[in-house]
Ligand binder design. Structure first.
Ligand code: F6R
Length: 236
């Protein structure tokens, strides 16, 4: 696509078309800067009418561990602000991984909840500069499941801007595993800007390796990449 705006339009249109055709779609959702304009355009399309989230359900990829409930940099707060507060997704149908109490039990419960909804139909992904998907950092096994993980220093640095000055980015998070992600029936990966070019190249032009978690997607039969020419640079 020629510009980030064109990508956001196209991805929002893709989601709106899917929800129009299949209102009970089980979505896997991502956060991050990439998805801010996508959700804005999806909400605009929703307001214009023609589709609904009332029969849908969603599962987010990840959430920080250790932030107080309602913290503005939590992914729950992000999802409420950018999507959930503006559409008719029923309360309780927009799930994020549990990060309180017994985290291992919460991870198993998240996997079970995805299963009880019949699995994820359409998984949205961004990509980290280091090739991460969700918070599966380099070295994550391709068969990993939802679990607590340490964040790479580069990821904590990249996400610093989401936190109030003086606050540190939590060192750990809960993320769906790569194995969890690969079970989605369809995957859409969105990459914008030159900062993502090397990661895209390593993910899709080089041999798959846990050194680049997104390269696990090579084994999935139905992945669509939405990117701009800068991110595609190394692929061109
Ligand atoms: C977000 C997530 C991450 C981001 C990735 C890119 O839920 O799981 O993998 O998609 O870090 O982030 P941005 O879009 O901020 O460059």
């Amino acid at each position: 696509f020629p510009s980030p705006a064109a990508i956001a339009d196209a991805v929002a249109a893709y989601l709106a078309e899917r929800l129009t055709a299949q209102p009970a779609t089980r979505l896997g959702l991502a956060t991050g800067n990439t998805f801010v304009p996508i959700y804005a355009r999806l909400v605009a399309r929703y307001r214009a009418g023609g589709f609904s989230f009332v029969r849908a359900a969603s599962f987010n990829l990840d959430e920080y561990v250790g932030l107080p409930a309602g913290h503005p940099a939590s992914f729950r707060a992000y999802m409420q602000a950018h999507l959930f507060d503006h559409v008719d997704l029923p309360a309780g149908k927009g799930a994020l991984p549990g990060v309180e109490g017994d985290i291992e039990a919460a991870c198993q419960a998240y996997e079970a909840a995805i299963g009880s909804e019949g699995g994820i139909d359409l998984q949205m992904l961004g990509i980290g500069r280091n090739g991460h998907i969700g918070f599966n950092e380099p070295g994550s096994p391709f068969d990993s499941r939802t679990r607590q993980v340490d964040l790479a220093p580069s990821t904590r640095e990249a996400n610093k801007g989401d936190f109030p000055a003086g606050e540190v980015v939590p060192p750990t998070a809960v993320t769906m595993g790569i194995g969890t992600i690969l079970e989605a029936r369809e995957i859409v990966l969105v990459a914008i800007g030159a900062a993502k070019a090397e990661a895209l190249d390593r993910a899709f032009r080089q041999e798959a390796s846990p050194d680049c978690p997104a390269s696990a997607l090579q084994s999935h039969g139905r992945v669509t990449i939405f990117c701009d020419s800068e991110a595609a640079g190394a692929l061109a």
